[in-house]
Ligand binder design. Structure first.
Ligand code: AMP
Length: 447
């Protein structure tokens, strides 16, 4: 078994890992840490919750601090408005979280770190960058804004990390990423991390990475094994009722619930509040401060239920979350993997339940094809849907019920009690067309 000390990390980081009770490196860390330390480009596919943040943060912190020490404290210093390691992430929440990890792991080092993202005032960020920072974690749009306003220079960037790279493309950041690549120094290290790798991502890596070490720490697009997943078929209009019922009978502790739309999120939260159940929400319409506050109060165990749109699906690290509920299935199948990855983290067990209505069967089929499994269905007594959810076969196909064979006319007559093939027997006339109009009734004049 490999231990952290064998991977080339120095004493201050090893001490910190001991304090954090990280006993052994995870598979992605075993492969990535020595490669990043050696300055190689890396393209890593790792399941959510496998420790990929530490896989890039630890060796980058190590390199930054050795450069500082090696040059007598001067050579590795960052210049005004400059940054040495740039980490790009798709969402504000992930920016905060990754930044928090850098700070946490680097507690015994004297390196500066910062997170910059949109939705908050740019001025404090510009002020903070004046002195330069060793590690900047940023979302692509705000990063480019800061660069355009000369608050940020890329000349000292030695490593670029793309975290959740596929998500960045899903969110339409391709243009911003190209602009960042165009502005960065040509000589640099590039690390690309993602839970899932689409063909688009592979193409991006082929264009932007230099002979990368490819790490596949998990079978492609598979879901974490410790997560027990199943589906409860239900009619669309009864989802809220079913959710409240399950919450009560199963006495669920903390639950992260994913709902398709912002409106849907707020409706569910209101229903729960009406039942005196503590619930909070995260979605794109909420200001950044209240999104972070909702997350913090959920993490602290103050809110029992956190209802979110897919904005919260990626990267959020919530300790020991036992249950994720897909109130609605995600439109993009990959999001299913990210959503349920919020539970069963770092080897813990978890459950993921999806409430699926007939309309969602194509999404269910796509998820099953992507994760190469047929999800178990468990009907909830009293909630068996009127609109049955068609069967799926785990290969992306919806199995439609075979149509009833057409009954020949003669046997139809037989069923109506009309003997077939009887010459001279007239079948009863079937009335067709609109019913005769009733005679208009006389209007009563107001008395
Ligand atoms: P990540 O996949 O980076 O979001 O990490 C998931 C969780 O695993 C985080 O809570 C980390 O603190 C934790 N973690 C990362 N590496 C290790 C390790 N080697 N041993 C124990 N926990 C770890």
């Amino acid at each position: 078994m490999t231990i952290f000390a064998e991977l080339g990390l120095g004493e201050p980081l090893l001490l910190r890992l001991e304090q954090l009770a990280y006993a052994t490196p995870t598979p992605v860390q075993v492969q990535a840490i020595p490669a990043v330390l050696a300055g190689r480009d890396v393209m890593a596919a790792a399941q959510t919750g496998t420790g990929k943040t530490a896989a890039f943060a630890l060796p980058l912190l190590q390199r930054l601090s050795s450069e500082m020490a090696g040059a007598g404290g001067a050579g590795g210093a960052v210049n005004a408005n400059c940054v040495r390691v740039l980490v790009l992430v798709p969402t504000r929440e992930l920016a905060e979280q990754v930044h928090h990890s850098f700070r946490d792991y680097g507690e015994n080092l004297s390196l500066s770190t910062y997170a910059a993202y949109g939705g908050v005032s740019i001025n404090p960020q510009m002020m903070k960058l004046r002195k330069g920072v060793d590690v900047l974690v940023a979302t692509p749009g705000r990063l480019l804004d800061l660069h355009r306003q000369n608050a940020l220079k890329f000349s000292q960037v030695q490593t670029l990390v793309l975290d959740e790279a596929d998500r960045m493309l899903d969110l339409g950041f391709a243009h911003e990423l190209n602009a960042v690549f165009a502005a960065l120094p040509k000589r640099r290290q590039t690390l690309l991390f993602s839970a899932t790798f689409s063909d688009e991502i592979r193409a991006l890596a082929g264009k932007r990475l230099d002979n990368p070490l490819r790490i596949d720490a998990s079978p492609r697009n598979s879901t974490v094994k410790q997560i027990r997943q199943w589906v409860i078929p239900v009619d669309k209009k009864r989802k809220t009722e079913l959710f409240c019922h399950l919450l009560k009978v199963n006495r669920w502790g903390q639950v992260l619930v994913f709902v398709k739309t912002r409106k849907g999120v707020e409706q569910l939260v209101q229903t729960l509040h009406g039942k005196k159940i503590s619930a909070d929400s995260i979605h794109g319409d909420k200001p950044q401060a209240s999104r972070l506050q909702a997350l913090e109060s959920f993490k602290a165990g103050e809110a029992k239920i956190l209802v979110a749109t897919d904005v919260a699906a990626r990267g959020l690290d919530i300790d020991d979350l036992p249950l994720v509920v897909n109130f609605d299935l995600p439109i993009v199948a990959e999001d299913y993997i990210h959503r349920i990855g919020r539970t069963g983290r770092a080897g813990a067990e978890g459950e993921a339940i999806s409430l699926v209505c007939a309309d969602e069967v194509d999404m269910l089929a796509a998820i099953e094809a992507l994760t190469r499994q047929t999800l178990v269905r468990e009907e909830e007594p009293d909630f068996v849907p009127e609109h049955r959810v068609p069967m799926t076969n785990g290969a992306g196909l919806v199995i439609k019920k075979p149509k009833k064979p057409k009954v020949p006319k003669s046997s139809r007559n037989a069923a109506r009690g009309v003997p077939g093939n009887w010459v001279g027997f007239a079948a009863p006339a079937v009335k067709t067309g609109r019913p005769p109009r009733k005679k208009p009734t006389a209007r009563r004049t107001p008395g």
